[in-house]
Design a protein around this ligand. Structure first.
Ligand code: GSH
Length: 273
């Protein structure tokens, strides 16, 4: 049962979820006084949580005066807008446009790509072999949005042969190439100062690392991405985010990609060109 402390912002997440990590990273970068409420996936189905977000998804930020804000990019902007600390949305129009472009790409393309691979490996493994149909039904029934529901089902049934995974195998190398190019001109993704763009991409890179796919940028082919990742990972905010890793879940995520890693790496390397 969640105990709500009065007069304190609260950020809801589930363990190691990519979109919750976006908001958490911003919260840590800002040093924002927000309580992190980590709940289990099942809690997202409760009436109480649906009152906070009818979509049943995290992250949700509940403000100290009781307003609930969802959608990771909106939560990130809200935290940056309302808390003191270094601004994470550049004021220079071009840098701000760059940042907005990264947020859009992550929301509309790259989050779905990493999600497809996560579902085809880790979530598929959770549902067992042979597939636990009742558990799958319950998981799908809990997804409010029709598009998100059908995006979930196919990679569970087909694994890496699902069309969305085939697309992800092209999109994630495209993301890395785009990062490499951007980082030729600026120290961080959107600007010479860290911005929300870096916090938005960070959890996707963490997930690639959790899958054991870091050779994609570490083999010398993407030196700017490698430098950026080392610098980002070394930040205090990133360390605090990594403190929230569940070692057993991380091991499960990595293991779920074991049999596929060589093939994923070789296909993605081809798309890196
Ligand atoms: N567009 C939303 C996506 C939110 C979303 O899909 N959240 C996932 C975690 S990354 C979730 O809550 N999943 C619930 C589940 O897997 O049952 C955002 O960026 O916040």
């Amino acid at each position: 049962m969640i105990q709500i402390e009065a007069h304190m912002h609260e950020l809801y997440g589930i363990p190691m979820a990519t979109c919750a990590r976006k908001a958490l990273h911003v919260m840590f970068e800002k040093g924002a006084d927000i309580a992190y409420r980590e709940v289990e996936r099942e809690y997202l189905r409760t009436t109480g949580f649906r009152l906070l977000n009818p979509e049943g998804l995290v992250p949700v930020l509940v403000t100290n005066d009781g307003h609930a804000i969802s959608e990771s990019s909106i939560v990130m902007r809200y935290i940056d807008d309302t808390f003191p600390g270094p601004p994470l949305q550049p004021s220079r129009p071009l840098a701000r446009a760059n940042m907005n472009m990264w947020l859009k790409l992550v929301d509309e393309r790259y989050f779905g790509a990493i999600g497809a691979i996560t579902v085809a490996t880790f979530i598929r493994a959770i549902l067992g072999d042979p597939l636990d149909e009742a558990k799958l039904r319950a998981m799908l029934d809990a997804i409010e949005d029709d598009t998100a529901r059908s995006a979930r089902e196919l990679p569970i049934r087909l694994g890496v042969d699902a069309p969305t995974v085939r697309i992800a195998i092209r999109q994630l190398p495209a993301m890395l190439r785009r990062m490499e190019q951007a980082l030729e001109h600026t120290r961080w993704l959107a600007d010479d100062e860290l911005s929300l763009a870096d916090s938005a991409v960070m959890p996707l890179m963490l997930r690639l690392e959790e899958f054991g796919l870091e050779a994609l940028w570490m083999d010398g082919g993407l030196p700017n991405v490698d430098r950026w990742w080392q610098a980002l990972r070394a930040r205090e905010a990133s360390k605090r985010l990594l403190d929230l890793v569940h070692a057993d879940m991380r091991a499960q995520i990595t293991a779920s990609a074991d049999a596929l890693r060589t093939s994923l790496l070789s296909q993605m390397h081809q798309h890196l060109g």
